[in-house]
Ligand binder design. Structure first.
Ligand code: URA
Length: 234
């Protein structure tokens, strides 16, 4: 590919900015100063800007601890999106959230420009487990566990696969519970609708794991870290 495309893809700057860097004579390929933005480079070439290496990495993977009040979308006219939480240099072309968390849901959300991985994690037949922790208005008990384990049918006729519910705490006096739930699907408002179907309400919802990924305890809401592909899928 052309050197200007290479550098723009690696977010060194826009094509225009990259042309200026080349004009300044500070871009080199394998130690030789680049004279024209049309120069061809391979991913294996050693590219430097001002002596700093710019390695080619096509795909990027970010694990975000999504805060409340942010949309799982790439852009929106009036509301902040998960992409706006990325530093400008990390907003690579084609970066999208892998699936969605509701605006008021927090926790683990993967962002990537690797379309193949995105598809593999979301495809219903791939069975990627997602674990959520929630505060519930209502007392979840063994009956609720059985109902969820049997694979329930929602009010609109949607048939769900079995879900694993673990009760962490019950407070009968205040009519609340804390639970963990493992699901494989990712249907619209799935967990809220599941509890709704048994007469309870989700008050707080956080995703704590997806596949082999776990939300790091020290990753604050709104913060993210970069991962490598084999952190996500081995
Ligand atoms: N289920 C929900 O109801 N909301 C989410 O954000 C994720 C799962």
């Amino acid at each position: 590919m052309r050197i200007d495309k290479y550098l723009a893809n690696m977010n060194v700057g826009s094509r225009k900015e990259v042309h200026l860097l080349i004009k300044k004579g500070i871009v080199a390929v394998n130690g030789v100063t680049v004279k024209t933005p049309k120069q061809q480079v391979k991913e294996s070439d050693q590219v430097t800007v001002n002596g700093d290496a710019v390695d080619y990495q096509k795909y990027h993977y970010f694990l975000l601890n999504k805060p409340k009040g942010v949309l799982s979308a790439t852009e929106d006219r009036s509301q902040p999106t998960v992409i706006s939480l990325l530093a400008p240099q990390d907003r690579y072309q084609g970066i999208v959230p892998v699936g969605r968390l509701d605006k008021d849901t927090t926790g683990l959300l993967l962002l990537t420009n690797d379309g193949q991985l995105n598809h593999e994690l979301l495809a219903p037949n791939k069975h990627v487990d997602k674990i959520y922790r929630a505060k519930i208005a209502g007392v979840a008990d063994d009956e609720t566990v059985k109902t969820f384990a049997a694979g329930m049918t929602l009010g609109d006729g949607t048939k769900l696969q079995p879900a694993e519910l673990t009760i962490l705490a019950q407070d009968v006096d205040h009519d609340t519970s804390e639970i963990e739930i493992k699901i494989r699907e990712g249907k619209y408002h799935q967990i809220k609708r599941m509890f709704g179907a048994v007469g309870m309400k989700v008050v707080e919802l956080e995703r704590i794991s997806m596949g082999q990924l776990t939300l790091p305890e020290d990753l604050k809401r709104g913060e993210y870290l970069e991962l490598q592909l084999d952190d996500i899928m081995k």
